[in-house]
Design a protein around this ligand. Structure first.
Ligand SMILES: [Zn+2]
Length: 243
């Protein structure tokens, strides 16, 4: 199968809020964006031709290119321990940690009528979150906390975990991930009354660069009634977080 050379190489200039950043050179621009963890858009920046290749074709191409990276680093690919790594990494990218790029993998969520007429907030806290920083391709690991007040519809609790997981399985910035989860819940539940907090460690902060082991990053999105201080505080009290 001829899959090499499918993509044209193009220079992508760093952009902020839709405007090209006026930087002296692209290399500096990428460094500035990476270390400041700037998100340029609420939508994951994805090309229109992102899914013309099948998963299997993508795995073959990535495997080939990752073998090149390992070779450039001087690793001996004939060693039994390294031999299978390019394929493992390629499969992991496409089928696992970046599977949330493909809308086909979006969880199918059914909503149910709120039969118990439960009118208070529902909080699901400490949802496991494993994502990947899009600036360094290193893990973001933490917890998501989600709350909503039903407008007449409810979802199964495990579906909230699945939504968090789907958006986490992309190259991400934490702010965008938080808003994407909130927006999807608002859409499914047909209400603005949704809140999402993410508390996560970024390995690009702890294992390289500044090497701060102790810090974590908290992001929050409050919609509808959660913008009211009293409801926000109630949510935070359930989480016992001091945000
Ligand atoms: Zn990073």
């Amino acid at each position: 199968m001829k899959v090499h050379g499918f993509f044209k190489t193009e220079t992508v200039k760093p952009r902020l809020n839709g405007t090209h950043l006026n930087l002296n050179n692209d290399y500096n621009g990428h460094d500035i964006i990476g270390d400041n963890h700037i998100a340029t858009s609420l939508e994951t920046p994805i090309r229109v031709d992102a899914f013309l290749l099948s998963d299997e074709q993508k795995i073959l191409i990535i495997e080939d290119k990752f073998r090149d990276i390992m070779n450039v680093l001087g690793l001996d690919l004939t060693d039994d321990s390294l031999n299978g790594t390019p394929h493992r990494v390629a499969k992991m990218f496409v089928k696992e940690i970046f599977s949330g790029l493909n809308p086909e993998n979006k969880p199918k969520i059914s909503v149910f009528e709120n039969k118990f007429k439960y009118g208070e907030m529902l909080v699901e806290k400490n949802i496991n979150l494993n994502s990947t920083c899009e600036h360094h391709f290193l893990p973001i690991v933490g917890k998501a906390h989600v709350a909503y007040v039903s407008s007449g519809q409810v979802v199964g609790l495990s579906k909230i975990n699945r939504i968090v997981d789907y958006f986490a399985r992309r190259p991400q910035v934490q702010e965008r991930l938080t808003v994407q989860i909130a927006n999807e819940l608002k859409r499914i539940l047909k209400t603005e009354d949704v809140a999402v907090i993410i508390d996560a460690k970024h390995l690009c902060v702890s294992s390289r660069g500044i090497q701060d082991e102790g810090s974590s990053t908290i992001t929050a999105e409050y919609g509808g009634i959660f913008k009211v201080q009293q409801r926000k505080e109630e949510f935070l009290k359930y989480l016992s977080l001091n945000v």
